[in-house]
Design a protein around this ligand. Structure first.
Ligand code: ZN
Length: 179
């Protein structure tokens, strides 16, 4: 049963939309608001594009893994439910691949919303140290261990994809041991 399916990614996507995409509504029922009537904040097209790309990636992954799935329709944050529903019958390895994508998108949504602390709890894949930093210019997580460097003495950095894959692999190993 798909219990324990984590909705964090969907929540983060919704938050991102609320913060950056849906302009503050000045619709009915808002008359009591003491806020000054500024023009609503402009929609952040970069974030909008990123959300669209994220939804497209998950839809594409779903339809590749499960050709019968049909197109995704509905609000963006529902794409993860759609994906899990249509791929729930697949082998564990494929389900892990799916969860790694969803988990990585959760990290991406949080970072896009300004919360870069989400990378910190991940152990470095090289040395196991916890406490990585997000490096915006490379869009990678940087290991803080001074001895954890490449051959040129440059600190090791990791793609979110790698951190997500390792996270899901650990989680599934724990689940296997528990049964
Ligand atoms: Zn390291």
């Amino acid at each position: 049963m798909g219990t324990g399916a984590d909705n964090t990614t969907a929540q983060r996507l919704r938050l991102l939309q609320q913060e950056f995409v849906q302009p503050a509504r000045s619709g009915p029922g808002d008359g009591r608001s003491s806020r000054p009537t500024h023009a609503p904040a402009p929609v952040d097209l970069g974030v909008l594009d990123r959300i669209r790309a994220a939804v497209h990636e998950v839809e594409h992954h779903t339809r590749t893994a499960a050709p019968d799935a049909g197109p995704f329709t509905g609000p963006a944050e529902r794409v993860y439910d759609y994906c899990r529903q249509h791929t729930a019958h697949l082998e564990a390895e494929q389900q892990n691949a799916r969860e790694a994508i969803i988990y990585r998108q959760g990290l991406e949504h949080a970072i896009a919303a300004g919360d870069t602390s989400v990378v910190r709890k991940h152990p470095c894949p090289q040395c196991g140290c916890v406490g990585m930093y997000w490096q915006d210019k490379t869009r990678r997580a940087l290991c803080v261990n001074h001895y954890c460097t490449d051959n040129d003495g440059v600190s090791n950095t990791w793609e979110l994809k790698r951190l997500a894959q390792e996270y899901i692999a650990r989680k599934s190993a724990v689940a296997r041991r528990a049964t």
